[in-house]
Design a protein around this ligand. Structure first.
Ligand code: ADQ
Length: 458
C-alpha cells in the first residue's frame, strides 16, 4: 500500500481535540499507511518566507511537515488571491473579487515554494492528495520538479459556471494546472457539470471517457465526491459532558420557547443577512411566533482582514439589532447573534436544543453543519433542518426543508412549517437523513477518492 501524503494550506493536528471531522478523517487515513501531512504552520514571519526545510513533527505514525510564510507571501497568496479572488469567484461573487495582479504573483510564488519544500520529502510510490483552492497549481509545480507520483486534488468549494470562471484574468493558466493532477474531485454533481463544461468549452479538452478529459498531452479524470462527517465521532461528542451541559443550560433558559439555531463562519457565502430577514418576516407576518421563537446565530470570526468580511459583520449586526429593537420585549430577545467560535465539544448541545436548524447559504461547496445538525438530534424527538438548495448538501439531503434563501417569504414559511411539523413527520425525515449521512460519511468519502486515485487514469 502506498504511503499517503496530504497537502493543505493549513494542517490540523489530528490528535488535538479541537480538530474537526476532516482532520479526524484524514488523520485516520494517514495513520493507516503511516503518512505525511504538509502545509503552512500558521505562523507568519517578518520578511521573506523561511528558506530552510520544513519543520517536522511526529504525531504517532503521521509526520506533520510545516513551513512558515513571510508576511508579503501570506498576504498575497492567502488573503489576496485565495480569499480575495478565488473564494468570491467560485462562490459566484464576481462583484466581491479583487483582481490585483500582484496577488496572482504571490499565489504562484507560494505554490512553487510548497512544491520545492515538499518534493525532497516525497518517495517514488507515494500517493499525494492536495486540498482546496489555495493549491490548484501545486501539482503543476511538482511535475516541473520531476515528480511522477499519482497526485489527486479535491476542491472543497463550489465550481461556478464556465463564464463566471472565465472572468478570472488568469483562468486559462489556473484551470490548465488541473491537468497536472490524475484525479480532480468536486463536491456535487452540479460542480462536476460546470467543470465538465469549462473543460470542453473553454479549455478545449477532448472527452475521452465518462469524466475523462484529454488536453495539454495529459489526461484528467474528474468526479463528484460529496464530503461527509464522522457520524460516530459526532454522536460521541453529542453524548459528551460539555454538549450535555450546553443542552441543559439552553433547555433551562428557553424552557417555554422554540429555538432556531445557525452555526457558521461569518462569511458572505453563508446567507446570514438573508436568514435574519426571513426570521424577521416570520415575526412580522405570523404574530404567533413572537415570544415563542428565538434565533441563536453563532457566527465565528473569519478572514477579518478582508474588507468584504467587515462589511458583512456590520450588516448582520444592524439587522439583528433592528429585529430585537422592533420585536423584542423585556422578557424576550428574538435574535441572539454571537460573534464567536463555540468550542467544538459544545456545538452538538446547541444543535440538539434547537427545534429548527437553519443552514441557508447562498452558495456552499457542501456545508457540514447541515450534517452535524442531523447527527446531533434525538431520533425520538428530532429537530427539523431548513437547508438552502444552493448548498452542495442539498443534493443528498432531500428530506430537509429545501429553500431558496433569496426568497425571504418562502424561507420564512419553511421556518414556520418546521416549527409546526408533527412529531411523526419529523421522525421520518430525520431517520432518512441520518441513514444518508451515515452511508456517505467522511470515511466513505476519502476511501472512494483514494480508491479512484489509486486505480488509474493519468
Ligand atoms: P466551511 O465554509 O468552513 O468549509 P462548513 O462545511 O459549514 O463550512 O464547516 C464548518 C465547520 O466549522 C463545521 O464543522 C462547524 O461545526 C464548524 N463551525 C462553523 N462555525 C462555527 C462556530 N461559530 N463555532 C464553532 N464551530 C463552528 C468548506 C466549504 C464547505 C465544505 C467544507 C468541507 O466551504 O462547503 O462543506 O469546506 O469540505
Amino acid at each position: 500500500m502506498s504511503r499517503l501524503v496530504v497537502v493543505s494550506n493549513r494542517i490540523a493536528d489530528p490528535r488535538k481535540s479541537a480538530a474537526g471531522g476532516l482532520a479526524v478523517a484524514l488523520g485516520a487515513a494517514l495513520a493507516e499507511t503511516g503518512g505525511l501531512w504538509f502545509g503552512t504552520s500558521g505562523n507568519v514571519v517578518d520578511g521573506a518566507s523561511a528558506d530552510g526545510p520544513p519543520q517536522l513533527q511526529r504525531a504517532g505514525r503521521v509526520t506533520l511537515a510545516t513551513v512558515d510564510l513571510g508576511r508579503e507571501d501570506h498576504d498575497r497568496y492567502y488573503r489576496g488571491y485565495s480569499n480575495g479572488v478565488l473564494w468570491p469567484v467560485f462562490h459566484y461573487r464576481l462583484d466581491l473579487a479583487d483582481f490585483e495582479a500582484g496577488h496572482l504573483d504571490g499565489y504562484r510564488r507560494v505554490n512553487r515554494l510548497f512544491a520545492q519544500r515538499l518534493q525532497p520529502l516525497l518517495r517514488p510510490d507515494d500517493l499525494v492528495w492536495v486540498h482546496d483552492y489555495h493549491l490548484i497549481p501545486l501539482a503543476a509545480e511538482l511535475r516541473a520538479l520531476g515528480c511522477t507520483q499519482r497526485i489527486g486534488f479535491f476542491l472543497h468549494i463550489p465550481v461556478p459556471p464556465p463564464l463566471i470562471l472565465a472572468a478570472i484574468p488568469a483562468h486559462e493558466w489556473l484551470m490548465r494546472a488541473l491537468f497536472a493532477y490524475d484525479l480532480v474531485g468536486v463536491q456535487s454533481q452540479a460542480d462536476l457539470t460546470h467543470l465538465t463544461r469549462y473543460l470542453l468549452n473553454e479549455a478545449r479538452a477532448e472527452q475521452i471517457g465518462e469524466h475523462v478529459f484529454g488536453a495539454f498531452n495529459r489526461q484528467l479524470r474528474a468526479g463528484a465526491f460529496p464530503i461527509g462527517i464522522d457520524v460516530d465521532e459526532f454522536a460521541a461528542l453529542t453524548d459528551g459532558a460539555e454538549a450535555r451541559e450546553m443542552l441543559a443550560t439552553l433547555r433551562e433558559q428557553y424552557a417555554r420557547r422554540e429555538l432556531l439555531a445557525g452555526v457558521d463562519r461569518l462569511d458572505y457565502s453563508k446567507g446570514l443577512p438573508q436568514r435574519v430577514r426571513a426570521f424577521r418576516h416570520l415575526l412580522e407576518h405570523h404574530p404567533d411566533a413572537r415570544h415563542r421563537a428565538t434565533l441563536i446565530q453563532v457566527a465565528a470570526p473569519s478572514r477579518e482582514d478582508v474588507p468584504s468580511y467587515a462589511d458583512i459583520r456590520r450588516e448582520l449586526e444592524g439587522l439583528c439589532g433592528a429585529v430585537n429593537g422592533d420585536f423584542g420585549d423585556i422578557d424576550w430577545m428574538p435574535v441572539r447573534h454571537i460573534h464567536r467560535t463555540v468550542a467544538r465539544r459544545r456545538v452538538p448541545g446547541l444543535y440538539r436544543a434547537a427545534r429548527v436548524g437553519l443552514v441557508t447559504p447562498l452558495r456552499d461547496g457542501m456545508n457540514l453543519v447541515a450534517k452535524e445538525f442531523v447527527a446531533a438530534q434525538d431520533p425520538a424527538d428530532p429537530g427539523v433542518l431548513v437547508l438552502s438548495r444552493f448548498a452542495g448538501a442539498a443534493e443528498q439531503m432531500r428530506e430537509a426543508l429545501l429553500v431558496n434563501p433569496y426568497d425571504t417569504q418562502a424561507t420564512a414559511e419553511a421556518i414556520r412549517a418546521a416549527l409546526q411539523m408533527p412529531l411523526e413527520e419529523r421522525r421520518q425525515r430525520h431517520a432518512r437523513l441520518l441513514e444518508g449521512i451515515r452511508a456517505q460519511d467522511v470515511h466513505w468519502w476519502r476511501r472512494r477518492f483514494l480508491e479512484m486515485l489509486t486505480q488509474g487514469g493519468g
